[in-house]
Design a protein around this ligand. Sequence first.
Ligand code: ATP
Length: 257
Amino acid sequence: MEEKHKEIDRGNAVIQIKGLKKSFGDLHVLRGVDLDIFKGENLVVLGRSGTGKSVLIKIIAGLLKPDAGSVNVLGDDVASLKPKELDQLRLKIGFSFQNSALYDSMTVRENLEFPLVRNVRDLSRADIDAAVEEVLENVGLSQTINQMPSELSGGQRKRIGIARTLILKPEIMLYDEPTAGLDPITSIDINNLINEVQERNHTSSIIITHDLTCAKMTGDRVAMLLDGRFERQGTFDEVFNTDDERVKAFYDYNFIQ
Ligand SMILES: Nc1ncnc2c1ncn2[C@@H]1O[C@H](COP(=O)(O)OP(=O)(O)OP(=O)(O)O)[C@@H](O)[C@H]1O
């Protein structure tokens, strides 16, 4: 499988993280994280369980406060935002979490309408219908519009979850283990969808994954969290071309076991 090759504008950072630290009691999870994410870039974050990937995402979204360091998202210093400003910023960030969290009692259409109706005022019925149809078409599932989530496959539910996030046209997408629990072929479909979203919407994305096929297919750049820092950042091959046993173990586990 080929590495991704996409030109990224390194002059335009949408997320800038400097010297970020976060501990819980004696547990020092993030120990000085420096990271930039550029406009239109897919950045894959790798790291073993418990290394602090979710903590990092929560800090970016303003859900957790850092102990030290700065986090700037789309020009805003997250720590200094008032609650209302934080809500505004969060509308520009799409979260695609592991379980997709669709509402089981609502149809696909109702699930997709929900964030729009809740967050955007003065939309006509025609606007809402058009937005729902557009995102469903973008994820290739127009035919499921009147179905219930229980009638969909895991891969389809994942796609609808991504569509529901896209309906607010986020500038940044955060994908938390997008291929977890999916078979390899369906995982590849989701990886392709992540790239299509990037191409079509010029979104910048952070993709947290343990799946190195996903990392290689979707990542313009890969950053590996090791002992609380991003010691290794670069293309997929740059990150894994090393004698560092911690990195090699991660690679071997994915491809040999
Ligand atoms: N609110 C909290 N209070 C105390 N400890 C926490 C809190 N949130 C996270 N932690 C701890 O911080 C560490 C990092 O957690 P985090 O969820 O970020 O890991 P992760 O890298 O996302 O792991 P996984 O790949 O398993 O999802 C863990 O040891 C976790 O127990």
